[in-house]
Structure formats: C-alpha cells, structure tokens
Design a protein around this ligand. Structure first.
Ligand SMILES: Cc1cc2nc3c(=O)[nH]c(=O)nc-3n(C[C@H](O)[C@H](O)[C@H](O)COP(=O)(O)OP(=O)(O)OC[C@H]3O[C@@H](n4cnc5c(N)ncnc54)[C@H](O)[C@@H]3O)c2cc1C
Length: 420
C-alpha cells in the first residue's frame, strides 16, 4: 500500500520505520530541510514511562492558581489571551482534573509508554542505532515532603499498572547519583525507575530517517503541506507547495500543527501547544554532571546526560503557536540547572531552545483511525512524544496493515473526545 506520513518529527519517522518494515511503499513529507527539527529537536531526552501521570489531576487547578501571574512559574497559563482554542482546551482539561479521570489517563498513557520503551529497545537491538542513549534509569527527586508522599502513592498505582518504581531515601539517591551533592540536604526523598532511559531524540530521529531511507522510504523535505483533498469520502491527496501527492493511506504526525490541517477535513483535534525550553551545556567537570537521568519535581525540570553534554529542559507556557524565546523563561531552566549541578559546565554558554509540545487535555496521545477511512492519527503526544514514539509508530503500522496491535487501543483514539 502507498502510505504518506505527514511530518518528520520523532513520531512521523518512527511511523515510517514500522510501515516500511511491514512492506508498505512509504513517503514522508516535512516543511523542514531534515528530520526532527521542530519539537523533536532538543527536548528533555527522557524515555520516561515514569512520567505517565497526566498534567490534569485533582491538585493541578490549585497549583495553577498559586502560580498565576508569576513569570518564573513552571506552568504558565495565559488566560488573559482571547484564544477560543485555549479556552475550549482549558475546559476539557478541567473536566479531567478528577482522581478517577487521572487514574484512567495514567493507565492509557502508561500502556503506550511501557510498550514503546520495549519497541525502542528492540529497534536498538535490531539496528544498533546510536543516539547518546543511557539505560541507567531515571531518578525523580523531591524536596517537598507532601509532593513526595503523593508520588509514593502514585507509585503504588503505577506499580500495579506494570512500571517498576523504587522509593529511595535522600541518602540512597545520593549514592545512586553523587552529582546531587549540592542539594542532598534539601531532599525529602526520590523515586527510581530503573527501566527508564534517556537519549538524544533529534539524533535518534535523524539516524532512524537514514535507516528508513535505506529501506526505500522517500523523504520530501522542504515541502509545506497546504491542504488535504477529499474524493468520494476518502482522503485522496495532500496539496503541498511543490504539488499534489496521492496515496492509499495517510498518517498525520504533525505535532502541534495537526489540528490546523485536520480542521480542513472536519476533524476537531483538541491539541494545544505548550511551549517549553531547554538548555544544552557542554560538560566541563564530568564528576559534577549527572550520569543518571534526573527529574526535579519542585521545578518540573528534567536532565539527561547526552555524551559530553547535559540537556536540561522543562517549563510549560500555554500561549498559542508562538516560538518566540522569552529570556525570563529560559533563565528558569539555566538558573535551576546551575543550582542543582553547580560546576557541571558553563550555564551562561548553554545552547537555548524552545519547542511546542502537542498537548491533549487528558495528556493521552491521539492514535488510530478517524471517520475518514484512510486517514490515521499519530499525534498529541504532549510531554512524552519521544517516550511514546516507537510504540505509537508500531501500533499505527499494525492498524494500517490490518494486524491487531499488541496493546489494547481502547481510549486512545479521537472518539474519546466525543464523550468528554
Ligand atoms: C522542553 C521540552 C522537553 C521535552 N522533554 C521530553 C522528554 O524528556 N521526553 C519525552 O518523551 N518527550 C519530551 N518532550 C515532548 C516531545 O519532544 C514531543 O512530544 C515530540 O517531539 C513530538 O513529536 P512529533 O513528531 O509529534 O512533533 P514534531 O517533532 O513537532 O514533528 C512534527 C513535524 O511536522 C512538520 N510540520 C508541521 N506542519 C507542517 C506542514 N504544514 N507542512 C509540512 N510539515 C509540517 C514539522 O516541521 C515537524 O517536523 C519535550 C518537549 C519539550 C518542548
């Protein structure tokens, strides 16, 4: 079958890989000159099923109110903007802020994330792909005792759902990662997920695109998709600035830009962009930079060691499709990173970046069929697109090939938003 993948981020390229392996004739289109240059470019690097807890949970509205108006808040809602998409998204988000919904959404995300981690491991074993990966687990550190207690309770749920999570004291956390010495005395405790990983999503995407090309996948870079053309109730072609491309099946993997094109064929995707920042620092003193991937709960920042670089990333700002860099928001990342790992590198010389996470109100990606028979969605991966890329690509390829996916797909499709 001829399949067109729209978007060459980590999700689109992973889809192309599994589709090519299933024997399809695959073409990928992207407006950028190469793969992985938008949101998949400099993310936090963590392959982290341990972060499956959704943003929408019972404590979020109170926390968001506390942070309101603070430029240094980890999560900034710009409610003052008159943006109907933000308000509609926000209402759905609030409906998901109950304990029952949070449990359901954790289960759905974890289902994809754990499967995806296994798919990544198999892909790595099969291809030998290199992307500065580390398989040492993720250590989530807490300063606030209440947040730590909450995390221990969530740990029980996630353990029941199949994730190995180990509760650690501050001393045990330091023994695991000596580079935490500067904050050891402030720590209430930590949770270690030994099965989680980290690596450079951009390098992965580019190297996987190369492997795809060796399998015969065609990449049309520098090609902007302008429209979707229907014929007799099916998607017939995409219109681009370089002409029309026809196919038998289409996979939409356009990250935060998916809703804008989907709207043309009457599909309303509740995806809103959440801008985040990263800082990448050359490690000058390896003893002071973490080897294990770290998550700092209080500041909602993640750290991954990518070879001789340290990637620090986080913060979220709901302020539209806007990639303007705010020095104040970037400084949250560099300032907190310097405080956590003083002397690891020169944080004033960090490479700064920002990207738009494609976030759904329930933090679960949108995967699978649509009411347009030959249009499939692989989008809305939010904070965990790198984590869920391989599994999402694999299940999409299975669906298109008419094979039952390895995981239960219930609650992962667009149809769930008809109900909430
Ligand atoms: C600060 C930050 C930290 C993060 N940390 C992590 C982390 O540690 N772990 C994790 O799992 N995830 C993390 N994420 C999330 C992750 O990066 C995203 O979920 C993921 O990159 C989304 O991939 P994607 O392929 O869906 O989107 P993208 O990478 O944005 O790809 C979409 C592609 O579509 C193309 N496109 C869009 N519109 C058009 C058009 N009209 N025509 C042609 N091409 C088009 C774009 O050029 C782009 O290449 C983080 C994100 C941010 C911002």
């Amino acid at each position: 079958m001829k399949v067109l993948v729209l978007g060459a981020g980590v999700v689109g390229v992973a889809s192309a890989w599994y589709l090519a392996k299933a024997g399809h004739d695959v073409t990928v289109i992207d407006r950028q000159p190469a793969a992985g240059l938008e949101t998949s470019f400099a993310n936090g690097g963590q392959v982290s099923p341990c972060h499956a807890e959704p943003w929408a949970n019972p404590s979020t509205p109170k926390t968001a109110l506390k942070w309101m108006g603070r430029e240094d808040a980890p999560l900034a809602f710009r409610w003052q903007r008159w943006d109907p998409a933000l308000w509609a998204w926000g209402m759905r988000f609030l409906l998901n802020c109950t304990a029952a919904r949070a449990r359901i959404n954790t289960d759905r995300t974890l289902r994809v994330a754990i499967y995806s981690r296994a798919c990544l491991q198999s892909l790595r074993a099969e291809t030998g792909i290199d992307y500065d990966q580390k398989t040492l687990g993720i250590l989530h550190v807490y300063r606030d005792p209440h947040s730590f207690e909450h995390a221990v309770a969530a740990s029980d749920l996630m353990t029941r759902l199949g994730l190995v999570r180990q509760v650690r004291s501050a001393d045990e956390a330091l023994a695991l990662e000596p580079a935490l010495a500067a904050v050891h005395a402030e720590l209430a405790g930590a949770i270690f997920t030994p099965g989680d990983e980290s690596g450079d999503a951009h390098r992965f995407t580019q190297n996987l695109a190369r492997l795809c090309a060796e399998k015969g996948v065609a990449f049309h870079y520098g090609t902007s998709i302008l429209g979707l053309e229907m014929e007799a109730g099916r998607l017939a072609a995409v219109a681009t600035d370089k002409g029309r491309l026809r196919a038998d099946a289409f996979v939409m993997a356009l990250g935060s830009w998916s809703p804008k094109l989907a709207r043309q064929v009457g599909l309303a995707l509740p995806i809103y962009p959440a801008k985040g920042y990263s800082a990448t620092v050359a490690v000058t003193d390896p003893a002071k930079a973490p080897r294990i991937a770290i998550t700092d709960d209080e500041h909602k920042l993640v750290y991954s060691r990518l070879g001789d670089r340290l990637r620090c990333a986080g913060t979220a700002e709901l302020a539209g499709w806007n990639l303007q860099m705010s020095p104040a928001r970037a400084a949250i990342v560099t300032g907190q990173s310097r405080a956590l790992f003083p002397g690891a590198g020169d944080f004033d010389k960090a490479d700064l970046w920002c990207g738009l996470r494609p976030v759904t109100p329930d933090s679960v990606p949108i995967l699978g069929r649509t009411r347009i028979d030959n249009l499939f969605l692989n989008t809305g991966h939010g904070t965990l697109g790198w984590t869920m890329s391989c599994g999402s690509g694999r299940v999409l390829a299975d669906l298109i090939s008419g094979r039952p996916p390895d995981i239960d797909m219930s609650g992962l499709g667009l149809e769930r938003f008809a109900l909430a």
